[in-house]
Every structure is written in structure tokens, then in C-alpha cells.
Design a protein. Structure first.
Length: 224
């Protein structure tokens, strides 16, 4: 029994290291410290995290599955590029899904839920006021997560979570563009106001506009 418990503990520890490596590499890609074509050397990653190459390979496999990393046979893993076609497809799907999220929030949210969305917006406003792109981006991720919680739609959450890494990569890019933080913050304030007023038509239009406006900003600077 003791040996079995040790095996379980060891497996849990290894899984946590895999998650740690996935998070570090994904954040590097999302925040632009790692760019398309950069090598992801498994030996260097193993040294950085003080692990064997096994959890590193497992982490890179997860990132490959999420299309964050290219890993072709007999080639070193590299940060994957994205095509504008993929970006457009993801954003158009997000616009549709967040429209449904807005309807669910207007229909089912309690007053406490609306307050929680306002608190999430306060974090956006603080980061925008400081001009901190990374802080604003992660506050925006938290705002979107809170919207999903309040909506109560587990299927939409599952779909959006399945493309979270790729989406966050583009969301960080759009956030970093000149003037985007301030506009995004103002748009999210209007969205919170629509939720508070229980105006489903306006909330849907605003949420779709927020997503498609971010797409437009990416399209404007895209070079293939």
C-alpha cells in the first residue's frame, strides 16, 4: 500500500510539472516572448524546470495538440504560426458563442452575478489606467471566465476552453495594439451596463462587436 501511495504521489508530482511547463511555454507564446519559428529545446526546458525530458515531451505534446507548437518527425519542436484564416474562423465562432453567453446572462444572472461582473470590469479599468498590457489581458481573461460562470452554459464553456490557448494568443496581440486597451475597457463597461439593465438585444450586439472589433484590429496589421 505504501509503495502504491508513493507511485500515486510521484505521478501527481510529474503531472504538476507537466502543467507548469505547459503554462510557462503557453504564456511565453501568448505574451510574445516566444514567436513563431522559435525552437523549443527539450534539454534546455528540462534544465530550466529541473526535470527529466519525459515531462518536457509530455508538455510539448499537449502544446502540439493545442496547435501552439509544430512538432514534425525528426525535427525539433517549434512555436507554431497561425494563419489569418484560422484566426477569422475562431473569432467568428467566438462572436456567435458570446452572443449566446450574453443572452443567458441577461436571462439568468442574479444581482450578485451582475456585481461580480462589475468587479471584474474594475480590474480591467485599473490595468487600462496603468497602461499595463499584460495585466489588462489577464484581467480580460478573468472577465470572460466570469461571464461563462454566470451564463451557466457548460457546453459553450467546453467549446471555448478547447481553443483557449490559440484564442488567448490573438487576444493578447489585439490588446497590445495602440488604443485597443482603452476602447476595449469602454466597450466592456457598456456591456456591463447592458447586463445591469437586462437588455439582451444590446448585450448581444455589444459582445459580438467586442469580439469582431478585436478581429478587425488584427486583420489591419496582419502580414502573411
Amino acid at each position: 500500500m505504501l509503495a502504491e501511495a508513493d507511485d500515486i504521489a510521484e505521478a501527481g508530482s510529474e503531472n504538476s510539472r507537466v502543467d507548469e511547463i505547459v503554462d510557462w511555454v503557453a504564456r511565453g507564446i501568448i505574451e510574445g516572448r516566444l514567436v513563431p519559428g522559435d525552437d523549443l529545446n527539450s534539454v534546455e526546458l528540462a534544465r530550466r524546470f529541473n526535470v527529466s525530458r519525459t515531462p518536457v515531451r509530455e508538455a510539448l505534446f499537449v502544446l502540439h495538440r493545442e496547435r501552439m507548437v509544430d512538432w514534425s518527425p525528426r525535427r525539433r519542436p517549434r512555436v507554431a504560426a497561425m494563419s489569418l484564416k484560422d484566426v477569422r474562423e475562431i473569432y467568428h465562432l467566438r462572436a456567435l458563442l458570446y452572443g449566446q453567453v450574453s443572452l443567458a446572462i441577461v436571462e439568468h444572472a442574479t444581482d450578485e452575478d451582475i456585481e461580480s461582473l462589475w468587479r471584474a470590469h474594475e480590474a480591467l479599468a485599473r490595468a487600462a489606467g496603468q497602461g499595463d498590457v499584460d495585466a489588462y489581458f489577464w484581467a480580460n481573461v478573468a472577465f470572460r471566465d466570469e461571464e461563462l460562470r454566470v451564463s451557466g452554459n457548460a457546453i459553450i464553456k467546453e467549446v471555448l476552453d478547447s481553443m483557449r490557448m490559440r484564442t488567448n494568443r490573438m487576444r493578447h496581440l489585439s490588446t497590445s495594439l495602440p488604443g485597443r486597451m482603452q476602447r476595449s475597457c469602454a466597450d466592456h463597461q457598456r456591456l456591463c451596463e447592458a447586463y445591469a439593465e437586462r437588455d439582451g438585444t444590446l448585450a448581444v450586439a455589444l459582445n459580438r462587436s467586442i469580439v469582431l472589433g478585436a478581429l478587425k484590429s488584427i486583420e489591419n496589421i496582419w502580414v502573411e
